[in-house]
Design a protein. Structure first.
Length: 149
């Protein structure tokens, strides 16, 4: 029970603290591995099952995580009847050295983001990203031309 409370407090600090150093301290307080020279933007949301040891987070050195990112370490339908059909999913997220996550990204369980990669804003990352990769959204892509008349 105390461990669950400790993780909840650490996640709250990591999400809401006004200073980057406090946000990093919050994640370390949870037991997550955080490298050196890391920037964590405000409003970082970590979804985890507080009692599951499989839910791990590791952030390398020189990583920049913009505000409003979501890192999902566990996913399940909670108390819904759907829990009979869909088993819980637990996992680890590894963010390697020199990675930059843009605003509002979602990282799903069991993902490794390779060294020196860039994840553009609003991306959902559901599989591993190779080192030195740029993943971006289709913002600005013209998908249809409107013809009048």
């Amino acid at each position: 029970m105390l461990k669950k409370i400790k993780v909840k407090i650490g996640k709250y600090i990591a999400k809401n603290a006004p200073l980057n150093s406090l946000r990093i301290a919050g994640l370390r307080f949870c037991g997550y591995k955080i490298g050196k020279n890391v920037y964590l933007g405000e409003d970082l949301l970590i979804i985890t099952d507080l009692s599951n040891i499989e839910c791990q987070l590791e952030i390398g050195n020189n990583v920049s995580i913009a505000p409003r990112n979501i890192l999902i370490l566990s996913s399940h339908p909670n108390k819904s009847e759907l829990s009979k059909l869909y088993p819980p999913k637990y996992g680890k997220i590894y963010i390697k050295d020199n990675v930059w996550l843009g605003v509002n990204c979602v990282i799903l369980p069991n993902v490794t983001i390779g060294e020196s990669s860039i994840i553009g804003m609003n991306c959902v990352v559901k599989s591993n990203i190779e080192p030195n990769t740029v993943l971006k959204t289709n913002i600005g892509l013209i998908t249809k031309e409107i013809r009048k008349g």
